[in-house]
Design a protein around this ligand. Structure first.
Ligand code: ATP
Ligand code: MG
Length: 249
């Protein structure tokens, strides 16, 4: 696995690299038991997209970035898979947006929190990113959720107006929407509850989304919020793309 992942000429190099990153994260105790299942579900949908950023997804990504740039209190919420797959790139994004990140995991244990925090702190040191990493000491709760997954940080997710939550669960996406926030999600499954519920859904693979955001931030002018954007239309466009892609195969 390591050898194949290191060989960029392999036709499925990107996919193998992502799996390798998850394997390494698993060894460090950063992931929940269901993390690989969630990733596998994503891979299946990515196949149906041709493992590429489709035009409507890029449009949604620029809309999401515009919301983050226009926000008063933006925050990036990170789970185990997001940290494992794109921890460095997400911290780079937060550094450019000058917003905090908050580790907010579905299955919260002290060991996993510690593994994720220390992994991010290490990247932050190595890359000299100026980013506040929240999550170690939750002091608020997301209304409408039970148990530890409701925990969050007041000056992070709780008080945010715009929250970028790659790979969020449907339940929590709904609860964040109910708090009146603009919720920006990445989900390869256009039919998931998360995808259907969010303010902006980027139906694309997480590492491609973050790369596209970081590229867009180097261009001028930065994207503006498009008031005519409709998330349902963006989702329909992706479904049409999948249909056309499958029928042409
Ligand atoms: P929901 O709770 O929203 O109805 P779900 O319970 O069906 O969704 P989960 O298992 O909670 O889904 O989470 C996995 C989701 O994340 C899947 O929809 C999958 O497509 C998506 N996903 C997994 N890995 C990635 C990735 N690298 N990039 C983008 N999306 C991904
Ligand atoms: Mg779910």
């Amino acid at each position: 696995m390591v050898e194949i992942a290191a060989d960029p000429t392999h036709p499925r190099y990107q996919s193998l690299l992502m799996r390798h990153r998850l394997e390494e994260a698993e060894k460090k105790g950063m992931l929940a038991g269901s993390a690989l299942i969630a990733h596998g579900r994503g891979e299946a949908f990515d196949y149906l997209l041709g493992e590429q950023t489709v035009p409507s997804a890029l449009k949604a990504t620029h809309q999401a970035l515009a919301y983050l740039l226009a926000a008063q209190r933006p925050v990036i919420s990170l789970n185990g898979n997001a940290v494992a797959l794109a921890g460095k790139e997400l911290l780079h994004l937060a550094d450019q947006l000058k917003c905090p990140v908050e580790i907010n995991i579905f299955y919260r244990t002290p060991e996993r929190m510690e593994a994720l925090l220390s992994h991010l702190e290490q990247i932050k040191r190595e890359e000299s990113f100026d980013v506040e990493i929240l999550g170690a000491n939750p002091d608020a709760r997301i209304p409408g959720l039970e148990g530890p997954r409701a925990n969050c940080v007041r000056r992070g997710i709780f008080d945010s107006d715009v929250v970028f939550v790659p790979l969020e669960d449907g339940d929590r996406c709904e609860a964040l929407m109910a708090m009146g926030k603009t919720v920006l999600v990445v989900d390869l499954n256009p039919l998931s509850r998360t995808a259907q519920m969010a303010s902006v859904t980027m139906v694309d693979e997480l590492t491609r989304v973050v790369a596209n955001m970081n590229i867009a931030l180097t261009n001028q002018p930065h994207p503006f919020v498009d008031d005519t954007f409709q998330n349902e239309d963006a989702l329909s466009a992706v479904l049409v793309h999948i249909r056309d892609y499958i029928t042409s195969a």
